[in-house]
Design a protein around this ligand. Sequence first.
Ligand code: COA
Length: 149
Amino acid sequence: MISLHRIPGEQAPLALLLEADPSTDAIARYLADGHCVVARLDDAVVGVYVIKTLSAATWELMNIAVAPERQGRGIGALLLHHAIDQARQLGAKRLELGTGSFGHQLTFYQRAGFRVVAVEPDYFLQHYPEPLFENGLQHRDRLRLVLEL
Ligand SMILES: CC(C)(COP(=O)(O)OP(=O)(O)OC[C@H]1O[C@@H](n2cnc3c(N)ncnc32)[C@H](O)[C@@H]1OP(=O)(O)O)[C@@H](O)C(=O)NCCC(=O)NCCS
């Protein structure tokens, strides 16, 4: 049985957060003032998300990740819908995020209603220390997605 719990940033599961974001510095920055929720299955942490306020009305989903061996079973969708509800309850009118321009993550967000509002060309080339490949294709451009709440 999966249960969701808000936890303090210093207790966040770093290994899981690194599945979605390779930068420990960036993770430390948004954990400091973010709202972190974990999914537990029995006693194990199997998923996590972090949302953070950008302005009173706009929050950003900074990270969402599910343990590799637990992916594809609905835990990600459960966390994403919880993040949307939390942002709404915290007063957000929109939830934003940045993601790659192709791949299952993009469809994952689009299924929840997120729309593409901008492209940041070469973002992954400029901000990531290592080339990022998925299905043999290199990620170059980052998309900004928004869900109006
Ligand atoms: C993105 C992520 C959080 C989704 O979590 P999840 O628990 O696998 O998601 P769900 O089981 O709720 O699946 C949602 C949908 O995505 C699809 N999906 C999930 N993982 C997939 C994969 N590896 N390949 C293809 N499709 C996948 C599922 O088929 C599912 O579609 P369906 O509802 O039509 O069956 C998870 O894949 C993950 O942690 N990835 C690594 C970190 C990451 O990339 N985070 C996002 C950074 S932008």
